[in-house]
Design a protein around this ligand. Sequence first.
Ligand code: TYM
Length: 333
Amino acid sequence: MNKPTVVSGIRPTGYLHLGNYFGAVQNFLRMQENYNCYFFIADIHSLTTHPTPENLQSGVRQVLAEYLACGIDPEKSTIFIQSDVPEITELYTFLNMNAYLGELERTTSFKDKARQQPENVNAGLLTYPVLMAADIIIHKAHFVPVGKDQEQNLEMTRKFAKRFNRMYKSDVFPIPKPFTFDGADLVKVPGLDGSGKMGKSEGNAINLYDDPKDIRKKVMRAVTDAGPTEKNSEKPEPVQNLFNLMKIVSDPAVVQQFDEAYVKCEIRYGDMKKQLAEDIVSFTAPIRERIVEILADDAYLAKVAKMGSEKARESAVATLKEVKDLIGFRKLF
Ligand code: TYM
């Protein structure tokens, strides 16, 4: 029986952080045995923030090495760089013809970006969900493992795939679903600054590649409060975030111990942060070592990228042929 197909990507705009790992990569690792997996580096998407050529190149190398260091196996999964597969941008062009200004302007991520960077509201930002849809449906994906922040973009992908099928009276595209293991909710890893989610541009991230010293420093600076004054009181958001992070990286018994201390108003945030920092370091240190090793091996990185782009193109070329035929691009001579 054919394995279901999975597609997911990460922008190469820095280092992978714990949000990327627990929101996405952890699911990639769990899926690569039993699914037909395509994991890519979204270098075209990263152009919305105008990286220099040097930053673009080093970001792509870094994410490739980090994918491998985390345990994504290029023999089992197809690991590729988005710009190596030009069929994606061709499909993006076709999908753009049926994507409407109103729906694109209403996307939360577009509205957020337009607010954060009013001097750079480019057309690539507006059509970002269309390029994402092309990434996903070009391989006829059934599942997309992503974090909570990508939920709305995925909803747009589903809409564009359904619209194309309906318009051309076909079922060329399966309608892809967000994926988490065991049907759990999509993950949102909190940042250390007391609010929202961990993110590259938020400056609140712990990276897999961070030095243990830096990790300890970052965690010790995490925002908390003066501590509970009444027993069994509810946790304010920054404290709840710290607990949520601990639930992700630490042993359940450790979380329980600090939770009980909180309930009894005996919590010492300094101790909790020390424990959290050590648990993060023991998780990231071996990955960091492998990243360093892999980054030193250019020939291996080049081989993986070449193999991945060949496999990804094979599938992309086949889908694009069907799509062009459906649209009516038929040979006249
Ligand atoms: P990006 O590069 O911002 O993030 C990559 C992946 O990490 C997840 N993630 C998080 N999950 C939980 N908590 C967090 N704090 C957190 N921060 C990041 C994201 O949900 C994502 O899964 N548009 C995408 C890249 C992309 C893509 C695609 C993904 C382009 N094409 C097609 C899937 C399918 C993005 O910017 O992710």
